[in-house]
Design a protein around this ligand. Structure first.
Ligand code: SAM
Length: 328
């Protein structure tokens, strides 16, 4: 169990270090971090002070004192006798008995140096996708920051086209956007025109993956009419808020904006006649996972209409790790 904890720590460092979000010295040296665990067991008093919960009492003081100890190893678990007795750590071979002395007393200790493999497959960890992967979380946070700006401060200026200009460049028909609220149009960040691959038919079910402020969902609603349904899936709260407000304003009851990730679409199997997406797939670290989700929600014979940027040659691993290249 202890080795698993240290292995998980080592793996997390690789995940965190996978995207260079910050260039400060501490972040640049993240791979130098070591894990030291000090464990004690006893009673604590939980006091509420000024809105904070503060743990106090002699056992709390003891464990704080033990953080300054005589151990010279750079990775270890140091347990007091009480921790060894009460915590579910199995006795480890190689545990060394010792003691630490402070003004509040002398404490018998058990020191353990974990044996664990530091041979990680770094490339595999970086590319593996899961919601708990810290690297994925960091990337999503950065993307959300960027698209919160597109929603809340659309005139700020971005490295991609936005607003009415983007709709003109991507040849959106004026009659599609005439009826769209200006709050939606100004936050349009599409990279192409998914409707250029074919119009949607009255009564169809449509999923818009990475629906942003809702322009494509609202155009799709116009095409499928009152007998159709459109589900927009989006992860950035400010975008969802804008899209929902527009749906209310326009009374487009057949459009629903769902909060969710493109990697696990909140849509049942075989629900959609058409999946559209505009500028979202390029933001996925694992594109095959997203394509698999799109395939899952499409009915047999359904259509996939994606507008996005494409790379004509493989993107080098170092470029994938530079978060600025994902968002700027
Ligand atoms: C380039 S914008 C395009 C938005 C919209 N399709 C449009 O044309 O205006 C990409 C959108 O995808 C969303 N997005 C990025 N990663 C996502 C994910 N993993 N799951 C759901 N939405 C995501 C972003 O929040 C952003 O709103």
């Amino acid at each position: 169990m202890i080795s698993q904890m240290f292995t998980a720590f080592g793996r997390s460092l690789i995940e965190i270090g996978s995207y260079s979000t910050c260039r400060c010295q501490a972040c640049s040296n993240i791979f130098e971090l070591k894990l030291k665990v000090v464990a004690h067991s006893g009673e604590g008093l939980l006091n509420e002070v000024g809105g904070f919960s503060i743990l106090s009492g002699i056992d709390t003081i003891t464990v704080h004192r033990l953080l300054k100890n005589s151990v010279t190893l750079d990775e270890y678990v140091l347990m007091t006798e009480a921790a060894q007795r009460d915590l579910p750590f199995p006795a480890q071979a190689g545990m060394v008995e010792g003691s630490e002395t402070y003004a509040i007393g002398t404490f018998k200790t058990f020191l353990y140096r974990p044996e664990y493999s530091t041979e990680f497959d770094e490339a595999a960890i970086r590319e593996s996708f899961s919601d708990s992967n810290v690297a994925v979380k960091i990337l999503r946070d950065e993307i959300q920051n960027e698209y919160t700006d597109v929603a809340c401060d659309p005139s700020k200026g971005f490295h991609f086209n936005t607003g009415r200009r983007a709709s003109e460049i991507n040849e959106y028909a004026p009659e599609w956007i005439d009826f769209i609220p200006s709050e939606v149009l100004e936050s349009f960040a599409g990279m192409g025109n998914p409707f250029s691959l074919g119009s949607l038919q009255p009564g169809e079910h449509v999923v818009d993956v990475g629906s942003g402020a809702g322009l494509d969902s609202l155009i799709a609603a116009q095409m499928v009419g009152v007998d159709g349904n459109v589900i927009g899936v989006e992860m950035t709260a400010a975008m969802i808020e804008k899209a929902r407000a527009a749906v209310d304003t326009m009374g487009s009851g057949q459009v629903e904006c769902r909060e969710g990730f493109m990697e696990s679409l909140p849509v049942p199997n075989d629900w959609a006649d058409v999946v559209i997406s505009n500028g979202c797939l390029n933001l996925a670290p694992d594109k095959s996972l997203v394509l698999g989700e799109m395939f899952r929600v499409l009915r047999p014979g359904g259509r996939l209409q994606i507008a996005d940027v494409t790379a004509l040659k493989p993107v080098p691993s170092e470029a994938k790790q530079d978060i600025d290249l994902w968002t700027h």
